[in-house]
Design a binder for this molecule. Sequence first.
Ligand code: B1H
Length: 825
Amino acid sequence: MTEARPRLRRTVGDSLEDFERDLISNLYYQRGTTIESASGPDGYHTLAVTVRDRLVDRYARTAAAHYAANPRFVYYLSAEYLLGRQLRQNLLYTDTERWVRPIAEDLGVSLEALEVYDVEPGLGNGGLGRLAACLLDSMATLDIPAVGYGIRYEFGIFKQTFRDGQQVERPDDWTFYGNPWEFPAPDDRQLVGFYGTTKADPKDPTGLKKHWVPGETVRGEPSHMLVPGYGTQTVNIIRLWQARASRESFDLARFGVGQYVEAVDDIVKAENISKVLYPDDSTELGRELRLKQQYFLVACSLRDIIRRYRLRNSGWEGFADKVVIQLNDTHPVVAVTELMRLLVDEHGVGWDEAWSITRRTFNYTCHTLLPEALETWPVRLLERLLPRHMEIIYAINHFFLEEVRAAYPGDEDVVRRMSVIQEGDERRVRMAHLAVVGSTAVNGVAELHTKLLAETTLHDFATLWPERFHNVTNGVTPRRFLRMANPRLSTLITESLGDEGWLTDLERLHGLGTAADDPAFRAAWRDVKRQNKVELAAAVERSTGVLIDPDALADVMIKRFHEYKRQQLKLLHVITMVNRIRADPQATYVPRTVLFGGKAAPGYHAMKLLIQLVNAVADVVNTDPVIARHLRVVFPPDYNVTKAQFVIPAADLSEQISLAGKEASGTGNMKLALNGALTIGTLDGANIEIRDRVGADNFFLFGMDAPAAAALRRSGYSPRSFYEADFELRLAVDTIASGAFAKGDRSVFAPVVDAMLGRDEYMALADYRAYVDCQDTVAEAWTDTERWTRMSVLNTARCGFFSSDRTVREYCAQIWKVDPVRVSP
Ligand code: B1H
């Protein structure tokens, strides 16, 4: 296939000398400056592009190999990506860190000092966005031909700061210094329509083909970020779309009569589409601009996918053999209707054939069970914003309900339940239903989640189409979350196992199982953890001013603030510890540092108040000389991927305490266990699978399981009865109510108390006793250092399953049916 291969010229060399020469040349010609006068950002950018250049070569060869092989491609559609910092990753993946260190040293700068300018692209909220990044990392590592599609938000997830303990959000201007990691691809821009009207096609007897005349058009401009595989030549890309006004948007007539601001109205409106990421995690908020974002992503990406398909293929019969699209939750689900529209209206494919192609192309991953997270959009909004798509939804639903009626003759109740349209005062489109109807495979993200999906949320669909339902348990990339985040532990693991093969075959960690019984190995293991904690302590002191003891048990709860995750339960435990110390200051206590990290959605008032309470409790604890001797509470602001990489390696105890049946999977639980933290957790999400693997003896289990929680709710849950029956619980709640954390003002945190005693939606009070008792078991276990270390080693040794490489292999085998394409050096 040499004739299909673009003319490639390797321009970067493979030696230290080449690297050094390129650095100096890039500084001079790219930044227009010299070593003597270079600033920090100059240094960072120069290093970044020099490392990047080493990936471009691989990317060009990957593109050529893909072109030659014309393989089936995975297209991952996601509204969110949390990629984390890029520099360290790309140094590791190009194996150039060993050169950079001495060069930097020579120049009197440190890599750490330059890294300050490595701003992570915060294009996501939490686990869902980070999962997208981990899966893409693993796809590249496994040589899977794949492209990720997303939105290039100008402002990512807000930066969290605290003022008087309250969360204050600041804009995340992540491209302020420029982003050296992306390549604009202006030639592949796309036009996207909104609003307008539809016209029947007079030549179409079925009435299913129409013509849409949009009332507004916007340009989508792509750029891409490189996604290198580890230990392979493959470099895939994530293509990110940014909205730009189409050229006609500048209103010259208005400008000519002096209405300078009004003249750019349409430009502003168009560019608002990709302006900012919606900071809502696991809650639905139906805003028109959000739907516009979703359609913008989908319309640009599908046209790009078709363009790519047509580079090597013609006709539509083969489309679904070459293209598999994974929908990351319901956010990109309008894609089902957009592909139908493109095929039927624009390419003249008959409805039935178009539907068969569409259904074979899409698959859908569901990430939640929370009813409030299940996206629905008002029919009226869709009719206005995407009139043609609404018609297509009606048609899809019509044919689908015929199928339902044929399967359940006379059962109009099942028809109502399954319909894509939810009837009521305001008719709405159920995006999850549309996703299931339009997909070949539907998957949940952990075993329990998949089971509950099939039993509850999507029960009718799982009954009608059992073959569509799959489980693919989430995973995390061991490169970023073990090798990069925890270099010390990685070195120890490599020494013990003999080589670095575990980095791409994580089940090899099992080999550490025997080392767990070796006292010298355990001492080395403890030493690594301690050094990580010393480093974390320094970082925490810098960001919070609070000193923490590296020898204290590091108890961490890092995740978005949400009632179902139950930070309030953790807080009740902290307050209980405070009350115990106050009651008996002379007793011995296991010293603990409780570290919180996480953001609350700006409109989620209950959780913002809880953040304020965490900070208020931290203040009281850390400034009380008696309490602070045994306990510290810290809450470094602005938890993100970068901070996760600092905190996770230093953690001893991982808090995974959601109400059973609510956390779809969790992925922080996996990262922490992999780094040797022991989990205290409920039987929820992937906790169950972690416990199955590490062993019940190496996991602190407490609380109701999902059936017990459901039963308690059915029987009429009364938080007050738990409050009244448990002295320590009552005291903890009363301590909050007393105003002890608000300088005596009882009103400040009254809503927290009311929520607990009123509805306690996620039954924290019901699990309180089991949780606190389990924490006593944890403290007891901590005092047996050797046993604790052994448990810690076994957690790491047995968590190999949670590599996202395994997750991707499962997607490939069960859902994608794609084969790797090797890229030669
Ligand atoms: C998860 C979301 C989510 N589930 C709506 N759902 C969003 C929903 O902006 N929105 O509107 C954003 C995010 N995120 C998480 O996905 C689950 O809660 C975790 O349990 C899971 O581990 C993660 C990855 O599957």
